[in-house]
Design a protein around this ligand. Structure first.
Ligand SMILES: Nc1ncnc2c1ncn2[C@@H]1O[C@H](COP(=O)(O)OP(=O)(O)OP(=O)(O)O)[C@@H](O)[C@H]1O
Ligand SMILES: [Mg+2]
Length: 356
C-alpha cells in the first residue's frame, strides 16, 4: 500500500489482566474510509481512543504519516473526533461549539462565519445556531458533534458510532452525507460501528474485530462474499452453514463431501487439504430453488418447511435434510408449499469453504 496515513504497529492494550486489544497491526491509506466493525466489547472504542491519544497502548506504536504519535497529546494530532457520547460544550451555543476548533487554529472571523454556516447546513441545523446543547434532542446534539469534528477539515476524522442515536431515515441520509464529504474532501476516516449494513454502505475497507483481534480486513465485497472465518460469515449478513470434508482441491475450488450426503464444488479463500473437515457458507440470496428430488451439479435435495412473503422478498426455510437452510428469493418468485420437494442450487463461487 502506498501513502499510509495511519499505522497500528503491534498494538496491545491491557486493563489489569484483561487483554482488550491483542497485538494488532493495521494500515490505513491516505483518503481511505475504514470501518472497525465488531460486537460490543471487541475493542473498537479502545483502538480509536489510542489513535486519538485518549488512551495509551500497553505495547506497540501508533504512527501517523510515518511518525510515531505516542508522545503527542490529542490536540496536536490534527484529528477530528466524534464520540459515542456527544461531549459538546454545554455553556456554548451550537454555532460557538462548531466555531471552537476554527478559533483554536486562528482562522479569521469572516471565514469562521462562512465555514460554520456551511457545516450547519450540512447537518441540517441552520435554524438552531443560537441554541444551547441542552435545548437539542440527542440526534441533534450528535449532528453538532459531527459538524464540529469536520469543520476544520482535519487530516483524520475518527467517529465512534456517530449515528447510533438517529432515527433510521436521518441515519441513512447522514451515512450518504458523510460518504459524500469523505469523497469531496479526501478525508481519511476511521469509523466505528457494530452495524454491519452501515459498514457495508460506507466503507472502502472493513476491519472485522473479534476479541481485540482483526478477524478479517477487506472491501465490503470481499468481507461479504469471501468470509474467511465462521465469525465473519455470521456477523456480516445472514448465512447458511454446512459441515463437510474436503475430497480434492483444484486451484481456487475444492470438492466437498457433505456430512449429510452429497457433494458440492466450493470456492476457497485460504489453504485446505484433502481429508480436512470444513464448513461451507452459502448466502441465502445465492440459492435458487427448482422442482425435483435428485441433486445434480452443485445442489442439495430438500423439502420446503415454510415459505413466508416478506414484502421485498420471499423467505423459504428448508427442512433438516438440507441443513435447515434459509433461502431468500426475489419477491416475484413463485411461492413454495410446505412439504414441496425441491433442489437447492448455488454456484461454486457463491459457496465458500471456511476452515474451522
Ligand atoms: N477503562 C477501562 N477499564 C477496564 N476495562 C475497560 C476499560 N475500557 C474498556 N474496558 C473493557 O475493554 C473491552 C473493550 O471495550 P471497548 O469499549 O473498546 O469495546 P467496543 O468494541 O467499543 O464495544 P461497544 O460496541 O459496546 O462500544 C470491554 O470488555 C470493556 O469492558
Ligand atoms: Mg465502543
Amino acid at each position: 500500500m502506498t501513502d499510509i496515513r495511519i499505522r497500528f504497529d503491534g498494538i496491545s492494550k491491557w486493563y489489569g489482566s484483561l487483554c482488550v486489544v491483542d497485538n494488532l497491526d493495521l494500515d490505513i491509506a491516505k483518503g481511505q474510509f475504514v470501518s472497525l466493525l465488531g460486537p460490543s466489547g471487541s475493542g473498537k472504542t479502545t483502538l480509536l481512543m489510542m489513535l486519538a491519544g485518549f488512551e495509551t497502548p500497553t505495547k506497540g506504536r501508533v504512527l501517523v504519516d510515518g511518525e510515531p504519535v505516542d508522545h503527542l497529546p490529542t490536540y496536536r494530532r490534527d484529528m477530528g473526533v466524534v464520540f459515542q457520547s456527544y461531549a459538546l460544550f454545554p455553556h456554548m451555543s451550537v454555532g460557538e461549539n462548531i466555531a471552537f476548533p476554527l478559533q483554536m487554529r486562528g482562522v479569521g472571523a469572516a471565514e469562521i462565519g462562512e465555514r460554520v454556516a456551511r457545516a450547519l447546513d450540512m447537518v441540517q441545523l441552520s435554524a438552531m445556531r443560537d441554541r444551547r446543547p441542552s435545548q437539542l434532542s440527542g440526534g441533534q446534539q450528535q449532528r453538532v458533534a459531527l459538524a464540529r469534528a469536520l469543520v476544520f477539515e482535519p487530516r483524520v476524522v475518527l467517529m465512534d458510532e456517530p449515528l447510533g442515536a438517529l432515527d433510521k431515515q436521518l441515519r441513512e441520509q447522514m451515512q450518504l452525507d458523510i460518504r459524500a464529504l469523505h469523497n469531496r474532501l479526501g478525508l481519511t476516516i476511521v469509523f466505528v460501528t457494530h452495524d454491519q449494513s452501515e459498514a457495508l454502505t460506507m466503507s472502502d475497507r472493513i476491519a472485522v474485530l473479534n476479541k481485540g483481534k482483526i478477524e478479517q480486513i477487506g472491501t465490503p465485497r470481499e468481507i461479504y462474499d469471501e468470509p474467511h472465518t465462521r465469525f465473519v460469515a455470521e456477523f456480516i449478513g445472514e448465512t447458511n452453514l454446512a459441515e463437510g470434508t474436503v475430497e480434492s482441491v483444484a486451484g481456487a475450488e475444492a470438492r466437498i463431501a457433505l456430512k449429510r450426503g452429497g457433494h458440492v464444488i466450493a470456492g476457497l479463500s485460504g489453504k485446505v487439504a484433502a481429508g480436512q473437515d470444513v464448513l461451507l457458507s452459502i448466502r441465502p440470496e445465492r440459492i435458487e430453488l427448482k422442482d425435483g428430488t435428485v441433486a445434480t451439479g452443485n445442489s442439495i435435495a430438500a423439502r420446503v418447511a415454510d415459505c413466508v412473503y416478506q414484502g421485498d422478498h420471499l423467505r423459504v426455510q428448508l427442512d433438516g435434510s438440507a441443513h435447515g437452510f434459509i433461502v431468500r428469493l426475489d419477491r416475484k418468485s413463485r411461492e413454495w408449499q410446505p412439504g414441496a420437494e425441491v433442489v437447492a442450487e448455488f454456484r461454486p463461487a457463491d459457496c465458500r469453504v471456511i476452515a474451522p
